[in-house]
Write a protein that binds this ligand. Sequence first.
Ligand SMILES: Cc1cc2nc3c(=O)[nH]c(=O)nc-3n(C[C@H](O)[C@H](O)[C@H](O)COP(=O)(O)OP(=O)(O)OC[C@H]3O[C@@H](n4cnc5c(N)ncnc54)[C@H](O)[C@@H]3O)c2cc1C
Length: 384
Amino acid sequence: MDLTFSERESAFRDELCSWLEQNKPGAPPGEGVGEDANYAWRREWQRRLYEGGWAAPSWPVEYGGRGSSLSESAIYFEELSRARVPLPANVLGLLLGGPTLMVWGTPEQKERYLTPILSAEEIWCQGFSEPDAGSDLAALKTKAVKDGNQWVVSGQKVWTSGAHYSKWCMLVARTDPGAPKHKGLTYFLMDMEQDAVQVRPLRQITGEAEFNELFIDEARIPDENVVGGVGNGWKVALTTLMNERAGLGFVFQVRLRQMLDDVFAAAAERGLLENHLYADKLADLHIRCESIRLLAWKGLTDIERYGQPGPEGSLVKWLWSDTNQHLTQLAAQMIGPQALACENPWSYELLRARGNTIEGGTTEVLKNIVAERVLGLPRLKVAG
Ligand SMILES: Cc1cc2nc3c(=O)[nH]c(=O)nc-3n(C[C@H](O)[C@H](O)[C@H](O)COP(=O)(O)OP(=O)(O)OC[C@H]3O[C@@H](n4cnc5c(N)ncnc54)[C@H](O)[C@@H]3O)c2cc1C
């Protein structure tokens, strides 16, 4: 792995930095104005990125991107983080939905959906998990029944992030109840703007309602919104999930480093850098962050070399979530009771970090993947 930047990569970084310098978004609306205003601000930011050609540099030029290499894409997320600007609002559309359509979509679907994803005109959400199907996603029960040239969909989804702002849902439903559980699934694009789809926000420990329950009662989806063919939903869903781990994994490790820098600054302000207890913990976090960063870069170079993310991506996600929980706990310990006050940003970070070991694959499931597919250990056998 060579971590020195080529001339092309350095030119990419310079161009992005100078654009960011001139186009930084104003301050966020902040506390007390409500989540909708903050989301609208992020949406507006994405629109500005889109107009500058920076909403999704990794997308091919023909779909409105810059055809950037994976390394350039990594530079993109590093520089957004360094400039302390937010991620684009339509993050699931940009990192998951668009790339899935590029692989599996028909020419008409690409033509219809990709540009509004880029411009944040249409927000996307991911309707995979259900009350009895999370880690074991293929156990999902939401069903879709053919009716003429449409599908009638009924069931319940849960943890659907951003559904309350979304126009389109990447929905996996069972279309053949007689088939083995990984078969008989189909991937749809469901229009959220219909009465048959009820979105109920779930309020989290942080106080915000980031995700939702979806109650779907005979929603209609036209045939042309099937992605990748009827009965092929598992394969299409895997494309979405691989992009989720590869794309978000890199974004999160960049943010982790930024937060660690903030913890170092808080420690310096309090004269704690010379305190052995804190110095030891900070050094440990620094080493973890560096290992995660290098593993994430290795993951990118593997994709460049072999064409797809490997199972090592699970290791990055597991280490990131664990380290983020340690980091936020250390920050709270250092700052003291004040860190737990609502208006203190660390209280949000501390509480939000709890979900990190669940979202995008739980730590237990990721450990199984690393054990079986990276270390080659025997598969877990459940007695009984
Ligand atoms: C912040 C957040 C945002 C999310 N956003 C979305 C979204 O936008 N769209 C979406 O579809 N989903 C989303 N999810 C759901 C997420 O993908 C699931 O929560 C996750 O896959 C786990 O599923 P589950 O909650 O049903 O837990 P379960 O799968 O029921 O697991 C329960 C416990 O059993 C353990 N377990 C399960 N299977 C095994 C096994 N084989 N070996 C060992 N242990 C096991 C798990 O590790 C866990 O501790 C989100 C979750 C969070 C926390």
